[in-house]
Design a binder for this molecule. Structure first.
Ligand code: HEM
Ligand code: HEM
Ligand SMILES: [Fe+2]
Length: 447
């Protein structure tokens, strides 16, 4: 750790990992309710657990991004964070807001818009936290050295915080309501978060492979340009059936098809950097997560996204288990695995345990990634059958669901693997002792 203030990242990562645990356990309960629908139906209904699952996901990913920014901005800008105190205040607001949201969900108070169910006061809290964050990192950024990595990170973070304003606009007209809703949900994961992903991936590649900064910068600009070019109008793939004019079917189909490009570029980027890299960095686990993230993101977002993005296909698959298959693999590859890559890289340094025992961490990668891949396959099969029976043959929704039980059981099984992988990951980060240093070539710690 080069700068003292980088230490705030540690608190963010801890909070993120705690919520990650809650998120996947919530997922497991949801998966079980699909197998045995009356489970806890009075105390903890499916819709409430679903809110906790999806909200915890979003909040912990954001906490991870904020922590990553607090870790890498000082190092790139070559100065301490503007205010460490503000960073902790921001974290406290977010933790209180999260507990408040979960508490209100448990007693049945929520806004009902998927992902944006938080009560209004929590939304304001998030806004205040976002403003504090932007002030804090922007002042650090402006006073220090500017690099392509921090330029792109700042752009992504500013835009994603600004998009939060659409979470407050909820018109009575259902079509408009949906339009604004997608401006948050889609323009986050398919535009602004991609910039954050590119910046963090660029930082990890810089540290782990030792490739020249100039090479990394060129790739980053290509990724950002293609992400924004395709992702903004790509929002149209959610405007097919919400009551917007028909031309959105073509705009959405064409531009969202191009969305595959930045994900392909990020995967190529990671592999080319490792190929060209001269450095033999000791943290192999962080490299595994980085390569894994960009690869699974390409499949989850790129391939599984393209699968149902053309309006002629989406007409049949809209809102089926195909969507859930894509949503899981895309979120996991692009944002979960990327955050875990950053934790794997930074935690040993923040805890002064570098180098550390990486075997358990790598095992958790394979367990979690294998589990998510299997879950995606089971949901894709379930979704294919569902699309055929429900949308082509015209069978009733619940009759079709009765036919899908085997897939839901297998999805639950894969969920157990994911949960075990997540717990193993947290254990490997927090509990495993420092490796006994063997004599031999000495690696430079903290690089
Ligand atoms: C990391 C990036 C991505 C993430 C995290 C992601 C996540 C999701 C999620 C969670 C949903 C379900 C939303 C809901 O209805 O509640 C969804 C829907 C959808 N996604 Fe993605 N996605 C990503 C990238 C992409 C890309 C690149 C494409 C196209 C090439 C795509 C195409 C679609 C389509 C067409 C839908 C609507 C499905 C429907 O009609 O039910 N996604 N995405
Ligand atoms: C890190 C891993 C995970 C991520 C990123 C994730 C992400 C998501 C997302 C984005 C949704 C909303 C999907 C949509 O609208 O289409 C969702 C819903 C759901 N997730 Fe997960 N999840 C994860 C782990 C799990 C696990 C381990 C299980 C357990 C089997 C699970 C079971 C479910 C279920 C049953 C739903 C509700 C689907 C529905 O409404 O039909 N998830 N998850
Ligand atoms: Fe989208």
């Amino acid at each position: 750790m080069k700068y003292q203030s980088q230490k705030v990242a540690y608190a963010y990562f801890l909070a993120a990992m705690a919520l990650f645990g809650i998120q996947v356990l919530g997922g497991l309960l949801l998966g079980w309710i699909y197998v045995s629908p009356n489970t806890l139906s009075e105390v903890l209904p499916f819709n409430i657990v679903r809110m906790i699952h999806t909200n915890a996901l979003i909040v912990w990913l954001l906490l991870g991004f904020f922590g990553a920014a607090y870790y890498l901005v000082p190092e790139e800008s070559e100065r301490e964070i503007f205010s460490v105190k503000l960073a902790y205040i921001q974290l406290a607001i977010l933790v209180v807001g999260t507990l408040g949201a979960v508490g209100s969900y448990l007693v049945g108070i929520h806004g009902g818009r998927e992902f944006l169910e938080q009560p209004l006061w929590v939304k304001f809290g998030i806004l205040v936290a976002a403003v504090i964050f932007l002030v804090n990192v922007s002042l650090t950024f402006l006073a220090g050295r500017k690099t392509a990595i921090t330029n792109i990170l700042m752009m992504g973070l500013w835009l994603l915080c600004l998009l939060w304003i659409f979470a407050f606009i909820n018109p009575d007209n259902l079509s408009l309501d949906k339009m604004y809703w997608w401006m948050v949900v889609h323009l986050w994961v398919e535009a602004t978060w991609e910039l954050v992903m590119a910046a963090i991936l660029g930082f990890l590649m810089l540290k782990l492979t030792g490739v020249d900064r100039e090479v990394i910068e060129k790739w980053l600009y290509i990724i950002v340009a293609t992400a924004l070019f395709s992702g903004i109008l790509g929002t149209g793939h959610h405007f097919y059936w919400i009551g917007t004019p028909g031309y959105w079917q073509w705009i959405g189909s064409i531009f969202s098809t191009f969305e595959v490009v930045p994900f392909f570029a990020m995967m190529s980027f990671a592999f080319v950097m490792v190929w060209k890299g001269r450095k033999n960095h000791p943290n192999k686990a962080a490299l595994l997560w980085s390569l894994g993230s960009s690869t699974v993101a390409f499949f989850g977002a790129g391939v599984w996204g393209f699968l149902h993005t053309l309006h002629g296909v989406n007409f049949y698959t809209h809102g089926t288990q195909i969507t859930a298959a894509h949503g899981h693999l895309a979120f996991y590859g692009a944002y979960v695995a990327l955050n875990l890559a950053m934790f794997t890289y930074a935690m040993p340094i923040l805890r002064g345990r570098d180098p550390y025992n990486q075997v358990l961490n790598m095992a958790s990668f394979w367990l979690m990634t294998g589990g998510m891949a299997f879950m995606t396959f089971t949901l894709t099969f379930a979704g294919t059958i569902q699309t055929h029976m429900q949308r082509i043959v015209g069978d009733y929704f619940m009759d079709v669901q009765d036919q899908l039980g085997l897939f839901y059981l297998m999805r639950f099984g894969s969920g157990i693997a994911v949960v075990l992988g997540a717990l193993l990951f947290i254990y490997s980060m927090l509990v495993v002792r420092r490796e006994v240093v063997k004599p031999g070539p000495v690696a430079v710690p903290g690089e």
